[in-house]
Design a protein around this ligand. Sequence first.
Ligand code: DP6
Length: 411
Amino acid sequence: MSTIYQATASAPVNIAVIKYWGKRDTKLILPTNSSLSVTLDQDHLRSTTTSRADPSFERDQLWLNGKEDEIKPGSRLETCITEMKRLRKEYEDQNPNEPKAISLLISSYKVHIASYNNFPTAAGLASSASGFAALVASLAQLYNLPASPSTLSLIARQGSGSACRSLFGGFVAWQMGSDPSGSDSLAVQVAPQEHWPQMHALICVVSDDKKGTSSTSGMQRTVETSTLLQHRIKDVVPWRMEKISKAILERDFDTFARITMADSNQFHAVALDTEPPIFYMNDVSRAIIALIVEYNRLSVEAGKGYKAAYTYDAGPNAVIYALEENIKEIVQLIVSYFPQKPGEFKDVWGIFGESAADLNTHASLPQGFNSAVAKKFEVGAVKGLIHTRVGDGPRKLGPEESLLAENGLPK
Ligand code: DP6
């Protein structure tokens, strides 16, 4: 039996606290500003990808969640696969005396790739970031490349901008760079996961019945029509990047929260400043903002500074960053306004013990909370709560986790 050349990797989701919104080069995916994100734990949300190279394969093929996804010429997918093969070819050319490289000119083989997200696409959580990061990580492993995560981020970036930040765990900056070739537009780690493991996140999955504007088309419309975006790019993001990086290094949650919320607000302001205007948040999103604002007001009054930070991407879901010690109180607050369908919540940290199944019995407001800041919604307005935390970068998985069967087709 001939050897199977195959690798499986998983990669995390990341949620930006300084938002990427706008490209200066749409083909290379070069942004108009730097951005910064927190990588979320793959134990809860991840994409897994298996790649195999084989001389018997007739063409490159990819399956996403079991369904074949066409690799169109000139597509982002094709670019990423081609770029990874190019890196492998370079490696083969540079190591002609390495027996492995001589016998294995696998850069010329076609590949089969199977990818799977462990969270439903319908949840509206960015799957392209973890998806492209897992694709690039699995190919790097298959090709045995000595490439650093920053080098791989240059390729993942060309799949989806935000994907470049999923090549690292912890707190990650995407430096916009200035070279027209894109060679300096890459991700770097600001701090590893272990630096601030108390950083947790509560994702409020908000129902969305309308088809929103995609990030890709929305951000280009903003670039073309928003004057506010120019102010954001020139006068706001540069100092915010500095200030939030420092806050992370100093584990200064209050500053981290203030900048995170201000930047989410400004991103949605430039969306509104687009012609025609783009709205990503809905009434539920805005009610969650009102709750967090009131929650922080109380905390500041008690001399403790901000204890929670909301942020929203190109959809109505809220991601609330908070320190582990405050998550219980925040869940209790959220369920007071957004009752949950019993049995849905995964209490992965055992905060509520056996009674987690009916989270609604835990509804309660902090002392002094002005309950009139929002109205109580129906069950299903927030259709799920995911409690997760800062996590690690792409993982190498064993053959038992392969998504491809022996015949090279998805399992
Ligand atoms: C609002 O990375 O999805 O989530 O590069 O066109 O694929 P493309 O866009 P994408 O945009 C993400 C936008 C955002 C902010 C962020 O993640 O920084």
